[in-house]
Write a protein that binds this ligand. Structure first.
Ligand SMILES: [Zn+2]
Length: 61
């Protein structure tokens, strides 16, 4: 995923989750570079995006 704050690309597993500092529990992924809390994409949204990009590729080629 890409950090929306600094643009640094990192694996979700490399991000810091559950920092304990966020109120109400931390569900975001903190950028390992700048520490910005990125919102984790729900799995269904990823699947939806994959479907859309696949469809777009089929249309353009
Ligand atoms: Zn960042």
């Amino acid at each position: 995923m890409r950090c929306v704050f600094c643009g640094h690309e990192f694996e979700e597993s490399d991000g810091v989750t559950g920092c304990g500092a966020c109120p109400g529990g931390c569900h975001g992924i903190h950028c390992p570079k700048c520490g910005y809390k990125n919102i984790q994409e729900p799995v269904f949204l990823k699947r939806l995006k994959n479907m859309i990009t696949k469809r777009n590729k089929e249309q353009t080629s």
